[in-house]
Design a protein around this ligand. Structure first.
Ligand SMILES: [Zn+2]
Length: 803
């Protein structure tokens, strides 16, 4: 199936302007749906040829201005265009089990059927005939025929008519990739805030969870709307606002105008930690920011995915902090999301934040990554620091006014922000958005020499960039000296800070204003175990931990043993859940999993933190979850046997976590896993059970898990198997699969929804098997699909880093 190229999109946008889509979907049949569409469009060169798209139809009938036209390889051939045209299509197509076009999900708990359709990046053409590119926006009017008792929601307000007919109002101009609807016996709650009708939806079997959380979710939504209205100066432009928790979704969330879809994990079935709630709010605020960044003003072509994602990322975290919904949002961004950006920026697959040359829509999938989201957000924050926040915001407000319901590209954005700042930002963009890689900032150990007039900071990595940042000195007595400065050369002397006494930690980029890897001088490193536990500011602690982990990754610049000593000294006192989790995950997955540090001290740190947590608190649950990932059999068994610490509820999710570790250690066998699955007959239960079976150390279990991750048609089950397959201490059983991965990897992509398939490929990569390197390199020498090549090259890169 051909993917739309950039060249084709440019040419088509020159020829065609779409006036409207009128779409009618019949969802009353069990296995397939019928779509009827009328597209009115004009053509600037009458007589010219073009094409529309229609994918996955079983039977189709398409006419242009009344005459039948052919469909070849998903493309509707449009010849002899008039100045004004009418394209009509009627087709039937099957529902998808995996998420391409319209997904159909049958709830295993009550047998109810749920449907939802979403379009990123080019799946709108699976639901209606269209010109499927982001800069051909048009108003859409949808009608849905559904079983009588269903509820239907979409991108606009809807009126329910007799006989299961749902008539939607016309939307403002939308890009095709933003079309969406949900249909089924949904449980729906509604409120109103500031003139906006708010809705929350989930399937009926999860209703209790939604009801319990509804007040918090509505209040959070309202708070974010209020803040965005203050920041952006343009009101929310899409009328009502529904948020649906949808089943079987392989992604995180999708920002469809007026109807955001979330994966169901965001609806907590059981206990939730503060971190769970904080991070969920960040996602909610991220999707809401897209109503402006992406939905109101849309990228022109996929080069500028960052124009959607970096802004939504930046604003989601910002609003989470500013509304008090995630008090340590800045720290959590630094320790979690921003590390995703640094990691992506060191991969062979790194690319500029704003690349120039995304050849087609299929390739665009690659760039929904740590660069477009996290690095992009960090670069934009540095821009705001550089220009001043008010200047940056006034530029954004003008950007929304100027490109309202239209499209924009990097140059448009730079021109508007540059006008607001009264300066040309082309040079800034070249350094920050058009180049790759992070600079490393390193203080020279001047204290040994008695201290010159200032602290000299070395900058390495090309290109050198101007970094507006704060250098801080944290003394062991709790005093802090902060010096804002711009580091812009290979060696820059920061005045007024070199005289810090021994026992002090010098931190470059305190406040996390810039995007750069930072290092410590030897004296600061020596002082870290004493200073870090008492450091008040969570953001400073996050930047320190992120830098330490990065230095461990970089060829052991800080040796794993030194990292472990710091972890033992400082982590039990860590109060910010995000920091605790990320540091421990790194210790477990990157180091203990490779035998570079033992598991024992990790369990001891978690035990100490658990003992200090208040019974029944979110913190107690967070440390219990962490401990479940590193503990030995006796503790896991005692918790499963109802001998848990006071106040800790061993709910379904925690039971599955305990069982996963027991299975990996060979203590919970398939019979016990099956018994647990009978206790939890939900779709989540099925996924958790699949992971437990995949982790169990037997030849049969590994063979079955491998078969599932390669072939299972349910993408979420395939992902669950892939995630749990490789376990510590099972090398004798799994080593053979390291070779097999490279022959089976094309089959993992076959017939699967691409984003989900790529997750399987990533999680199943034998990243703990040094023997896989030669096979990876051999495969990379062959002719590979670019998306697959990227996964293999990145996996090999991670493997090489540790071998
Ligand atoms: Zn997004």
């Amino acid at each position: 199936m051909s993917s739309l190229t950039r060249r084709e999109a440019v040419e088509r946008a020159r020829l065609v302007a779409v006036r409207s889509y009128v779409i009618e979907l019949d969802l009353t049949a069990a296995d397939s749906f019928t779509s009827r569409t009328v597209v009115e469009f004009s053509c600037t060169e009458p007589g010219a040829e073009s094409f529309a798209e229609l994918k996955g139809a079983q039977t189709a009938h398409v006419t242009l201005n009344g005459a039948e036209v052919p469909i070849v390889d998903g493309r509707v051939k449009l010849a002899g265009l008039a100045a004004e045209n009418r394209l009509e299509a009627r087709f039937t197509a099957r529902y998808s089990p995996s998420g391409e076009g319209i997904l159909r999900f049958v709830d295993p708990e009550d047998g109810q059927t749920y449907l939802y359709g979403q379009a990123p990046l080019d799946d709108a053409q699976r639901m209606f005939v269209c010109f499927d590119q982001p800069d051909l926006k048009a108003p859409m009017t949808l009608t849905v025929h559904a079983p009588e008792e269903w509820t239907v929601r979409g991108n606009a307000a809807v009126a329910r008519r007799d006989g299961g007919r749902w008539e939607f109002a016309q939307t403002p101009p939308l890009s095709t990739y933003l079309f969406s609807f949900i249909a089924g016996p949904w449980h729906r709650l509604e409120r109103e805030h500031d003139g906006i009708a708010l809705g929350l939806l989930c399937r009926r079997s999860l209703a209790a969870g939604l009801d319990a959380d509804a007040d918090a979710l509505f209040a959070a939504t309202a708070a974010a709307f209020d803040r965005y209205h203050e920041l952006f100066g343009v009101r929310y432009p899409f009328g009502k606002y529904d948020q649906a928790f949808v089943p079987g979704f392989a992604g995180g969330a999708v920002e469809n105008p007026a109807l955001v879809n979330y994966r169901e994990e965001f609806l907590f079935r059981a206990g939730a930690t503060d971190s769970d709630r904080h991070r969920r709010f960040v996602v909610m605020a991220h999707e809401m920011a897209h109503m402006w960044f992406g939905n109101l003003v849309t990228l022109r072509w996929w080069d500028d995915v960052w124009l959607n994602e970096a802004f939504a990322e930046l604003m989601g975290w910002r609003v989470a902090g500013e509304t008090g919904r995630h008090p340590a949002a800045a720290a959590d961004f630094a320790i979690w999301r921003e590390r995703w950006g640094y990691l992506a920026d060191e991969r062979p697959s790194t690319h500029p934040v704003a690349p120039d040359g995304i050849a087609d829509t299929a390739v665009a999938f690659q760039n929904f990554d740590g660069i477009s989201y996290a690095k992009g957000a960090a670069a934009l924050r540095q821009l705001a620091v550089h220009l001043g926040d008010e200047v940056f915001l006034s530029g954004l407000r003008e950007y929304f006014r100027r490109y309202r319901f239209g499209n924009a590209a990097l140059t448009d954005f730079l021109a508007v922000i540059g006008d607001a700042a009264g300066r040309d930002l082309t040079g800034w963009a070249e350094l920050w958005l058009r180049s790759t890689g992070a600079n490393t900032l390193r203080p020279l150990p001047a204290r040994a020499a008695g201290g010159p007039a200032g602290l000299t900071v070395e900058q390495s990595g090309r290109p050198l960039r101007p970094h507006r940042l704060t250098v801080s000195a944290f003394a062991s007595d709790g005093s802090v000296l902060r010096v804002p400065f711009t580091i812009d050369a290979a060696a820059t002397t920061v005045p007024g800070i070199a005289a810090a006494p021994a026992g002090t930690v010098l931190l470059l980029n305190d406040g996390d204003d810039t995007y750069a890897k930072v290092r410590f001088d030897p004296f600061s490193r020596a002082a870290l175990p004493a200073v870090l536990p008492d450091l008040e500011d969570p953001l400073a602690r996050a930047v320190i931990w992120a830098s330490v982990m990065d230095a461990v990754r970089d060829g052991g610049e800080i040796p794993p043993s030194e990292f472990l000593a710091l972890l033992v000294a400082a982590l039990p006192a860590e109060r910010q859940e995000g920091i605790f989790e990320e540091v421990l995950t790194f210790a477990r997955e990157s180091l203990a999993r490779r035998g570079l540090i033992p598991f024992g001290p990790l369990a001891e740190v978690c035990t100490a933190a658990l003992a200090a947590a208040a019974p029944g608190s979110g913190r107690q649950l967070a440390t219990a979850r962490a401990l479940a990932g590193v503990a030995g059999v006796p503790l896991l068994r005692s918790w499963l046997g109802d001998d848990a610490p006071e106040g800790l509820v061993i709910d379904a999710d925690l039971r599955w976590s305990l069982l996963l570790r027991l299975a990996a250690l060979g203590s919970a066998d398939p019979d016990e896993i099956a018994a647990e699955e009978r206790r939890d007959p939900s779709s989540t239960g099925a996924e958790r059970a699949a992971a437990c079976r995949a982790a169990f150390p037997s030849a049969e279990a590994k063979a079955a898990a491998w078969e599932a991750l390669v072939h299972d048609s349910n993408p979420r089950l395939a992902i669950a198997n892939a995630e749990a397959f490789w376990q510590a201490g099972q090398e004798a059983l799994t080593d053979g699969y390291a070779e097999r991965y490279f022959t089976d990897v094309p089959a993992m992509l076959e017939g699967r929804y691409l984003p989900a398939a790529l997750k399987v490929v990533r999680f199943a990569f034998p990243v703990y098997s040094p023997r896989a390197l030669a096979s990876a390199d051999a495969l990379l020498r062959t002719d590979l699909d670019p998306l697959l090549r990227r996964e293999i090259a990145d996996g090999a890169d991670e493997l090489r880093r540790w071998t």
